[in-house]
Ligand binder design. Structure first.
Ligand code: HEM
Length: 452
């Protein structure tokens, strides 16, 4: 290995990984202060890994020389075992074939038809929310999780699923994800998890979730109905080479992956939105003004979204300050080199999205909330901003997520006034996604019938 970049000595690895488990953002900040934006370390004292927050290096890994890498088994193997072998968890030819098949369903133009489904969910959930806010402070992290889960559920199946079933499925996914995090973070206890039956228990949960989704797919197929939703788009997709549709297991795996990838990230983005907007009333006022000018009092439509330029800058800035996907990683499948830094076959490279977003080298006063950074024609260094990743494995749901965040923020910003509840600190906690540790506790008040 080259010695051109600093290396955290092996003896420090244990201390540093304990610190990392407790508080990753602070541990990484400390490492970067000592070793710079790119350094080497050994995962568990054994596996060589390179860590980088340098946009040029990140671009090399994710885009320019992506062929030399695959998704790191650290993150994706366990998730694949429990959730399924779909876009997020597969590699190579299998991935490419699935990506080509599924990508068109997520094209911006196809998403137009989902706007009314999203608006329906927003309307229904806010009717409940109107009652809940009367009882006192609400945890927006939870509310946005319910909102995002209902949105992805409705976008897939278009039918309104009973609340108990929504809660059950969302709970199962949360439990499985929490277990996957344990498997990743404390691998030395995995033998015990297998022996004690914990692993089997979570496999059963995953099987139960798959059964529920299978039943819903069968209902659609048996009904003979043709609907304007994600399930229909996936059922109608055909492989280029064979002209055939996905087999049932592949379809179920992709649906589970879309459920998992498609709600917690957006939910966290939305939870951070309310926190940030509560701290920046000037931004909230500008959102409302723009809404009044572009939309007036009707429901926001798909065609309005490109015209809501300031709102879109706000969403970009939320995802810069609190990128829900705060880090990702790859494993080298061959020896590689970037600017003299050697990466051996089998080494892991962690690309630190949060670090690129917060770097004073690429952002003026990076900790400030300034949506104007994303004004039209603003110059942003490639890969200094990558909330949705980059290169061929760019998030397939990026337009979906941006649309969802814009619709939810627009509707709630004009409907409610809100303030952070004193005594509840809002602290970022990076698990698989960057979420507010103890939630975001706030008070909401209904504004009088859309008075701006
Ligand atoms: C604010 C919300 C979201 C954020 C921040 C986000 C972020 C990301 C990132 C960073 C990746 C790439 C990971 C890597 O390169 O290792 C990714 C991949 C992916 N995302 Fe998202 N995502 C969001 C919402 C969504 C939604 C709504 C969906 C689906 C409806 C979705 C589905 C996926 C899928 C299927 C992949 C894997 C794509 C592939 O490897 O081909 N995401 N996401």
């Amino acid at each position: 290995m080259s010695s051109t970049i600093p290396t955290i000595p092996r003896f420090k690895t244990l201390i540093s990984s304990l610190k990392f488990l407790r508080d990753p953002l602070t541990a990484i900040r400390g490492n970067m202060a000592e070793y710079g934006h790119t350094y080497r370390f050994y995962i568990g004292g054994i596996i060589p890994a390179t860590f980088t927050a340098d946009p040029a290096f990140i671009q090399h890994i994710l885009q320019k020389n992506h062929r030399a890498y695959k998704k790191s088994p650290i993150h994706f193997e366990h998730l694949g075992h429990f959730i399924g072998k779909g876009l997020l968890t597969i590699d190579g030819d299998h991935w490419l074939r699935q990506r080509r098949l599924i990508q068109p369903s997520f094209h911006r133009s196809r998403l137009a038809s989902l706007t009314h489904l999203m608006n329906e969910v927003i309307e229904e959930r806010l009717a409940k929310f109107d009652e809940e806010i009367k009882a006192g402070p609400v945890n927006m992290a939870e509310h946005m999780m319910d909102m995002a889960f209902s949105i992805i559920m409705r976008s897939i199946f278009s039918i309104s699923v009973p609340e108990e079933q929504v809660q059950k499925m969302s709970g199962q996914i949360t439990q499985i994800q929490a277990f996957v995090i344990q498997l990743i973070r404390q691998p030395y206890l995995n033998w015990w998890r297998a022996l004690s039956g914990k692993t089997r228990e979570h496999e059963a949960l995953a099987a139960d979730l798959e059964d529920a989704i299978r039943k819903m797919v069968h209902q659609r197929q048996d009904s003979g109905e043709n609907r304007d939703d994600l399930l229909q788009m996936l059922l109608d997709s055909r492989y280029e080479d064979t002209g055939e549709a996905m087999n049932e297991q592949q379809l179920l795996d992709e649906l589970k992956i879309i459920f998992v990838a498609g709600h917690e990230t957006s939910a966290n983005g939305l939870a951070w939105a309310w926190y940030l907007l509560s701290q920046h009333p000037e931004a909230l006022a500008k959102i409302r003004e723009e809404l009044q000018q572009v939309v007036g009092e009707r429901t926001v439509a798909f065609e309005d979204l490109p015209k809501l330029e300031y709102l879109s800058q706000v969403v970009d800035e939320i995802l810069r300050l609190y990128p829900p996907a705060w880090i990702t990683d790859r494993m080298a499948v061959e020896d590689d080199e970037f600017n003299g830094i050697k990466i051996a076959k089998g080494a892991i490279v962690a690309t630190y999205i949060y670090g690129a977003h917060h770097s004073p080298a690429h952002w003026e006063n990076p900790e400030d909330f300034r949506p104007e950074r994303f004004a039209k024609n603003a110059k942003i260094l490639p890969f200094a901003y990558l909330p949705f990743g980059g290169g061929p494995r760019l998030c397939i749901g990026n337009h979906f997520a941006l649309m969802e965040m814009q619709l939810v923020i627009a509707e709630m910003a004009r409907r409610y006034d809100f303030a952070l509840e004193p005594g509840h600190e809002v602290v970022p906690q990076p698990l698989i996604t960057l979420r507010p540790k103890d939630g975001v506790w706030m008070r909401f008040w209904n504004r009088k019938a859309y008075s701006y």
